[in-house]
Design a protein. Structure first.
Length: 217
């Protein structure tokens, strides 16, 4: 066995040879039975050691009677293994940083678009002398109409509800909510009645009395 080339065995196992040494050592393997037998044992070492922490791997390879040549000792293999792990960690950290920066950039660009409310197809409002005010934005949907409701100086107790009446006289409750002590509200409701078929929208209190009525022309 040529010991001058045998010292390359450890680096060969871990893929650390440059192209010239790789070609030289692979040619050597064709004629050296001892290196081929040792390679059969050592070629599984990186896979096995990668599955456990380096300190544990050191303890395992310290068992007396372990295989290894002059240049392929467990200590040398572990040193190269640790170096390879550090390199991989640095590469993954750099990749993760680049991905995080890209995701942040996309989030900053898309976030304001997602945060924008849908453009209403119609807007109505009603106010009373007591300060009560109700605003409703209506948006056409394939399934009906979406209603964004905001109001102030509303009843501060009980349950409030928004009812939509169609031009044929039918009605549908679009949403309901518990009154707030401040008398303010911002809620979104929905009705299967298409926007073009809505004749009026009515805000009712818990006793189903009309608090505000919006007529849709």
């Amino acid at each position: 066995m040529n010991t001058d080339l045998h010292h390359l065995l450890g680096a060969y196992v871990l893929g650390g040879l440059d192209p010239d040494d790789l070609a030289l050592f692979e040619a050597h393997l064709q004629d050296c039975g001892a290196c081929r037998r040792e390679l059969a044992v050592l070629e599984k070492v990186p896979m096995l050691l990668d599955s456990v922490p380096v300190p544990d791997a050191v303890a395992l390879t310290a068992v007396p009677g372990g295989s290894g040549g002059a240049g392929a000792t467990p200590a040398r293999l572990l040193g190269e293994l640790a170096s390879r792990r550090r390199t991989l960690r640095r590469r993954w950290a750099a990749l993760a940083g680049a991905l995080a920066a890209a995701c942040l950039a996309v989030g900053l660009a898309v976030g304001p678009l997602l945060a924008r409310p849908p453009h209403p197809d119609a807007t109505y409002s009603v106010a009373s002398g007591g300060g009560l005010q109700v605003n409703i934005d209506m948006a056409r949907k394939t399934w009906g109409t979406e209603l964004a409701v905001s109001g102030s100086s509303l009843p501060a107790e009980g349950t409030l509800s928004l009812w939509v009446r169609d031009r044929a006289g039918g009605e549908d409750r679009a949403c309901a909510w518990t009154a707030t002590p401040s008398g303010k509200v911002k809620v979104t409701g929905a009705t299967p009645i298409q926007l073009g078929s809505i004749s009026s929208v009515e805000l009712r209190d818990g006793a189903q009395h009309a608090v505000a009525v919006i007529t849709v022309p």
